[in-house]
Design a protein around this ligand. Structure first.
Ligand SMILES: Cc1cc2nc3c(=O)[nH]c(=O)nc-3n(C[C@H](O)[C@H](O)[C@H](O)COP(=O)(O)OP(=O)(O)OC[C@H]3O[C@@H](n4cnc5c(N)ncnc54)[C@H](O)[C@@H]3O)c2cc1C
Length: 545
């Protein structure tokens, strides 16, 4: 029996889906001072590990939002996951081992924050805990959005409480579809998915077995097994007795999903380990298909697609979750700026402009990784990954946004030979504001620690007038904005900050709440208050320079 509950629930932002992207959006919106309602049709968070690799850029974001330590506590120390290994079986001959480019010292130096291996079913409870603490009563599990319509002022929908059968009308100004790959909203808004659909099939198995005898001496995030009739990947979860196992290209090897009983899965795992009498307990089996597709529009009116709803990519490279939660980071400060009245609604158009081209580039790279590993064909003999695999500094740190929410400063865009693997630190507007070591109150910090979840102006040693102008604007417009000056509240550690940020000592840089440079002035100006006010107007869609 369906019972209708009245009155209509009203919320500024309705988040549909309680996966990593929805949970992150809920937390970030709360930290931006915006109420939201998250609905998730399942009774709880993920029960199977899918993503595990949380990259350094995502961990920077979680650090800026106070969640880093809790994620690390739920995950594995980085030094226990520093390799990737190819073997004929875990107990058999090793084919190759690599230190992924991302873990090399020169690349690790791009951030004060390391990547983290934390399985999705361990990560989501952490995100849920933080989201619920930041927005009490704003997350509803066992609740499905079943009907939806949009109009010029927002969305109206129906929530179905799957536990109690109650239906409730809901009204929101904006909706974030964090519904994952099955997103109904992306069909509703008529988004076309561009790219290659269903490029290979796979099964994801969660199992318990003590694999330390074959792994402890070569701690790796991934162990690829290459046999003539079985190609699979052991995915490290706790590096002890909890593991994931993927079997690739099932149908190419004559396997059907129905064949994958727990007993058969355990037999495949024993075969891949190379130990016939290994004690294996299969805890979950999930058949899935890898696609490489991106929505041609991330937004329609009040509806925004984020995460797998907006882009599906093969997991080769570990970018699905990372790209999704960074979508949320990009979107949430913009929604907050509009809802708080700081920005014109036109700012919201920059979400698609900034994220869609990037998601397309990342998805293509993830597909190229998969193809280089022979994932789409039946394979005789090992096929090792292309050198770009897990070496994507450019995609992780080198992201450049070009949109109306960035004020170009006339400098030439940075050119690199390979935008996937190469990262050159730069504070050109649109780029991630780079990591530079600083000192505050005698303690070592990074520029990264100054950013998020508000605007931040950093001024050079002679840039006091910029910092004063920023403080005046923050007060007058009630903008979430902090100002720092080298030689003021922060000091340089070793290298000069202004060189790294491409400005003189009287220059300044304005960084957005998502850590990207919004505006930069190489030197001082006669009227810094006016110049900075114009920059804000431009970034927030309130006029042009
Ligand atoms: C084997 C494997 C390994 C992977 N490894 C990595 C990795 O190392 N790194 C990485 O970054 N990514 C990885 N990924 C990808 C990652 O798992 C996904 O990108 C990520 O889960 C996407 O998150 P999401 O929140 O967008 O969607 P989901 O996690 O799919 O969550 C969407 C949620 O929305 C809910 N929902 C849908 N419709 C409704 C509705 N109408 N009402 C209420 N709730 C609804 C669903 O129940 C679901 O819980 C991997 C994926 C796989 C399969």
């Amino acid at each position: 029996v369906t019972v209708r509950e009245t009155p209509t629930l009203e919320t500024p932002v309705l988040i549909v889906g309680g996966g990593p992207v929805g949970l992150t959006a809920s937390l970030l919106l709360s930290q931006h001072g915006v109420a939201s309602l998250l609905v998730e049709r399942h009774p709880g968070t993920a029960i199977l590990p899918k993503a595990r690799g949380i990259n350094a850029r995502t961990m920077e974001m979680y650090r800026q939002h106070g969640v880093e330590a809790a994620i690390r506590a739920a995950g594995l120390p980085v030094e226990r996951t520093g390799l990737i290994v190819w073997t004929e079986s875990l107990a058999g001959a090793e084919i190759e081992r690599r230190v992924p480019g991302r873990f090399r010292a020169a690349n690790v130096a791009h951030s004060p924050v390391r990547n983290c291996l934390c399985a999705q079913d361990d990560l989501e409870p952490v995100l849920r805990r933080f989201a619920e603490a930041a927005g009490p009563g704003e997350l509803r599990f066992s609740t499905e959005l079943t009907a939806i319509s949009t109009d010029a002022d927002g969305v109206s929908g129906t929530l179905h409480d799957r536990a109690g059968g109650v239906e409730t009308a809901v009204r929101a100004r904006f909706l974030i579809s964090a519904e994952g790959a099955q997103s109904r909203m992306r069909r509703m808004i008529g988004a076309r998915m561009e790219g290659e659909e269903k490029v290979y099939d796979s099964v994801n198995i969660l199992f318990h077995a003590d694999l330390r005898p074959w792994t402890q001496h070569r701690p790796a995030a991934l162990y690829f097994v290459e046999q003539p009739e079985l190609r699979g990947t052991f995915m490290t979860i706790n590096a002890h007795d909890r593991w994931g196992f993927l079997i690739h290209s099932l149908t190419q090897y004559g396997l059907r999903p129905a064949d994958l009983t727990p007993e058969r899965c355990a037999a495949f795992i024993r075969q891949a380990v190379g130990v016939d009498d290994l004690d294996v307990q299969v805890k979950g089996v999930s058949v899935w298909e890898a696609s490489a597709i991106v929505a041609d529009r991330f937004r329609d009116g009040p509806v925004f697609l984020a995460g797998d709803a907006a882009h599906e990519m093969p997991p080769t490279g570990g970018f699905g979750l990372n790209t999704g939660v960074q979508d949320a980071q990009n979107l949430c400060w913009k929604l907050a700026a509009v809802l708080h009245g700081h920005a014109d609604a036109s700012l919201l158009a920059t979400y698609h402009a900034e994220r869609q081209p990037l998601a397309t580039q990342i998805t293509r790279s993830a597909l190229a990784n998969a193809l280089s590993m022979g994932r789409t064909q039946r394979q005789q003999g090992a096929k090792l990954a292309r050198p770009e695999f897990l070496n994507e500094q450019g995609l992780i740190f080198g992201v450049t946004y070009t949109s109306d929410a960035v004020v170009p400063d006339g400098t030439a865009p940075l050119a690199v030979a390979d935008p996937v693997t190469e990262y050159i630190p730069s504070a050109t507007p649109g780029r991630r504001a780079p990591h530079v070591p600083l000192v505050r109150d005698g303690e070592p910090i990074s520029t990264i620690d100054l950013f998020g979840p508000r605007f931040v102006l950093v001024a050079g040693r002679q840039g006091g007038a910029w910092a004063e102008a920023a403080e005046a604007i923050a007060t007058a417009r009630r903008l979430p904005l902090a100002a720092h000056r080298i030689g003021g509240d922060v000091e340089e550690a070793d290298a000069p900050w202004h060189d790294a940020y491409g400005v003189g000592e009287a220059g300044a840089v304005l960084v957005r709440p998502d850590g990207h440079v919004a505006w930069r002035s190489a030197e001082g100006e006669a009227d810094p208050a006016r110049v900075l006010a114009q920059a804000f107007d431009r970034v927030l869609g309130r006029g042009s320079l």
